[in-house]
Design a protein around this ligand. Structure first.
Ligand SMILES: *Cc1c(COP(=O)(O)O)cnc(C)c1O
Ligand code: SF4
Length: 319
């Protein structure tokens, strides 16, 4: 797969006509957050089914235009935790780098829909500020690449970062938060895999899948090859009304993830970002679903149910 082909695959491949039979589709919502669906993900959508769990994650809907009290533009308080360009240090021992502002897919429920990420990425200026910050903070041992989606950066830019990380003795772990391998798997090139294999830190990749239908058999070899670089594969999901807000769907997802060599990590309560209120599941319902999961699955297949409360030192368990 050449770079050119991946660019082609990662472009938005959905057109307004694709949504023509959907009653809740609203092109106006695209002005608030751009429509962006890569080819691979598009091919797995059933456009004739208004409750298709993949469609619902990405279709601009009229409900996004509703203003909801209690929902805001920076629900997780990231603007306040920013240390320097693209560096967010909220939790002990680990620093999150906003690698880039873009993603391979635009998920309608994402808090990124209203966060000014483009002015805040750490990859601009060759990671200079981020490396400076890491060098000066000895108690940081883990670097988390997030965004946006760090796999939108070229392998060369990623390599530039890890080459510099290798020179900082207190950095032990590289974690990559990405949805790209699951929604645009052609990004996982030979070149990318060679880079990852050569990273001598401990490596964790936290994927993002919300429904078992996202995990088709043809992804198996891709994930296998990532595992073979000695990278631990985890998954985080967002609890989403109408998509995965029942224990059957989530148990199926956990089993499916396990078949792919991925362990469930977090089940996140929705961040209260303006325009996403129609995806919200109440805390009461969330806890009930989680209880059912505990009663159904082996412990290692139950994700931790958490919410992000601004100002807290960790993701907060709901219990
Ligand atoms: C979620 C998050 C992390 C990682 O938290 P873990 O509980 O280790 O997964 C780190 N920094 C920030 C700013 C985060 O939002
Ligand atoms: S891939 Fe992740 S960061 Fe990007 S839009 Fe989706 S949920 Fe948000």
């Amino acid at each position: 797969m050449t770079k050119q082909t991946w660019r082609q695959n990662s472009r938005n491949h959905v057109k307004t006509e694709d949504f023509s039979i959907q009653r809740s589709y609203s092109p106006k919502s695209e002005d608030l957050f751009r429509l962006h669906i890569p080819r691979y993900f598009k091919n797995n959508i059933d456009f004739s089914n208004s409750s298709d769990p993949l469609l619902m994650q990405v279709m601009p809907s009229q409900f996004e235009l509703l203003k909801t009290d209690d929902f805001s533009n920076d629900p997780v308080g990231d603007l306040h935790a920013k240390k320097t360009k693209g560096v967010i240090h909220k939790y002990h021992g680990r620093v999150l780098l906003i690698a880039t502002g873009t993603c391979a897919i635009n998920c309608r429920y994402c808090f990124r829909r209203s966060f000014p990420y483009s002015q805040n990425s750490a990859s601009a200026q060759n990671w200079k500020k981020a490396i400076e910050y890491l060098n000066n903070n000895q108690d940081v041992h883990e670097v988390i690449l997030s965004g946006g989606d760090p796999l939108m950066l070229s392998t060369k830019v990623l390599n530039n970062l890890t080459t510099q990380l290798h020179t900082i003795p207190h950095i032990k772990t590289l974690r990559i938060h990405t949805r790209t391998p699951l929604v645009s798997p052609t990004r996982i090139t030979e070149n990318f895999l060679n880079w990852l294999k050569d990273v001598s830190l401990k490596k964790v990749m936290v994927l993002h899948s919300n429904h078992a239908q996202e995990l088709r058999d043809d992804l198996k070899p891709v994930l296998n090859r990532i595992s073979q670089t000695q990278t631990l594969l985890l998954n985080q999901s967002v609890l989403l009304k109408g998509i995965n807000d029942n224990s059957t769907a989530l148990a199926n997802l956990s089993h499916r993830l396990f078949e792919f060599g991925i362990l469930p990590y977090y089940l996140n309560q929705l961040d209260k970002v303006q325009g996403a209120a129609h995806f919200q599941v109440s805390n009461k319902q969330a806890k009930l679903i989680h209880k059912e999961l505990l009663a159904t699955l082996p412990g290692y297949l139950v994700p931790k149910l958490v919410e992000e409360i601004p100002g807290k030192k960790n993701k907060s368990p709901l219990n």
